[in-house]
Design a protein around this ligand. Structure first.
Ligand code: PHE
Length: 367
């Protein structure tokens, strides 16, 4: 069976009748199942909220069709192709950088503007002039974490990365450069495979290198597994992390194993900005739960696309991309204005500290 056939049509979110006159169709490709499923679910909820608010007022209604990538590169390729064949005018997705890279190549080739809400690898927006992102890049994350680590007087760090993930390798390299530039040293570099059950060899090597802090550019499921194992083995290291840690599952899976660790993110729920507060309120009302960064970035990315559809001369790829590039948006995660070079975003990032298994705001840092 081909991946194309097993791809799941997740939800077709229709406001009014499907294909009604004046209705525009946008595609979303997200990991709704698999090891990063909370990423997809949160992003999709953020998108739904934006679309609902938009359609309540807009003349041209928008429907978003979301397909599940299952967190796999082949899945991303299959569903982006399918959405393009279905005639979507723009694409929102993916979360994981490797999957966004796969989707971006197809989107650019098919002439369909794409915005990734949350993929941070710089190469994604280098794919072409139709590819955008609503978040900071890994270079920004790396600089923020390096500088923050130095304010904690951390002098040496080990790195534990997943070579198969563009996100993990890119961020590891960027962190190493930034941390050294701040006067820090990297005392060990270890590798893991996503989904691994045993991290003991890497943890032992890190222990031997006498590292007290380990930088882990990874996704929440793996981070929880390895932190728990370190705790069970009595290896008393603390961790520094990145946006891929952001999931309510992290604390559930890791318990207290990450207490005292820090990670970077794009959004803090207790941010006092008016746009953040009204987003959090509307999200809580609709979904009866607190939004995470993915939800906020999904909301912002969708609003970029929705605003562009409303302003563009037509829904052609060229016109929509022009309208996206001209966006100035006061979003849930900050002020969005597209940076000329990589079409990325310039806004502050937050550092969260984990205590009792729960993250709390520690600092806001402008990269
Ligand atoms: N930045 C991650 C990537 O590029 C995805 C991510 C963003 C995950 C924000 C969680 C929160 O792969």
């Amino acid at each position: 069976m081909t991946v194309f056939r097993i791809a799941v049509v997740l939800v077709v979110c229709m406001f009014g009748k499907a294909e009604a006159e004046g209705e525009v169709s946008v595609g979303a490709y997200l990991p709704m199942t698999g090891a990063s499923a909370t990423f997809g679910v949160s992003t999709w909820q953020g998108i739904q909220l934006a679309v609902e608010q938009h359609n309540a007022k807009a003349k041209v209604k928008v429907q978003v069709k979301a397909l599940d990538t299952m967190g796999k590169q082949s899945g991303a390729q299959a569903v982006v192709t399918r959405l393009a064949d279905d005639g979507v005018v723009a694409l929102i997705g993916e979360v994981a950088s490797s999957l966004s890279l796969a989707g971006a190549a197809i989107a650019q080739q098919r002439g369909i503007p794409m915005i990734t809400p949350s993929s941070t690898n710089p190469a994604i927006t280098d794919t072409g002039d139709l590819i955008f992102r609503a978040c900071q890049t890994d270079d920004a994350q790396a600089r923020v974490m390096a500088r923050f680590a130095r304010t904690l007087k951390i002098g040496s760090v080990a790195i534990l990365k997943a070579p198969a993930q563009a996100y993990s390798t890119g961020l590891a390299t960027a962190f190493e450069t930034a941390f050294k530039a701040e006067g820090g040293a990297i005392v060990a570099t270890q590798e893991y495979t996503m989904g691994a059950a045993d991290f003991e060899p890497q943890l032992r090597a890190i222990e031997t290198a006498k590292a007290q802090w380990v930088f882990v550019p990874g996704y929440y499921t793996d981070v929880a597994t390895l932190a728990k194992q370190a705790q069970q083995l009595g290896i008393r290291v603390k961790f520094l992390g990145s946006d891929g840690w952001d999931s309510e599952e992290l604390g559930k899976l890791a318990g207290t194993a990450l207490d005292g660790s820090y990670y970077i993110n794009h959004f803090a729920i207790d941010d006092a900005r008016a746009a953040t507060r009204s987003f959090v309120k509307a999200y809580r009302t609709k979904f009866k739960q607190a939004p995470d960064a993915l939800a906020a970035l999904g909301y912002d990315a969708a609003n970029v696309v929705l605003g562009a559809i409303a302003r563009a001369k037509s829904t052609s790829g060229k016109h929509l991309a022009e309208a996206i590039r001209a966006t100035k948006l006061t979003g849930a995660t900050g002020e969005l204005a597209f940076h000329a070079k990589d079409q990325g975003i310039t806004k502050p990032m937050v550092v969260l500290k984990i205590s009792g298994g729960k993250p709390a705001f520690a600092a806001s840092v402008t990269p």
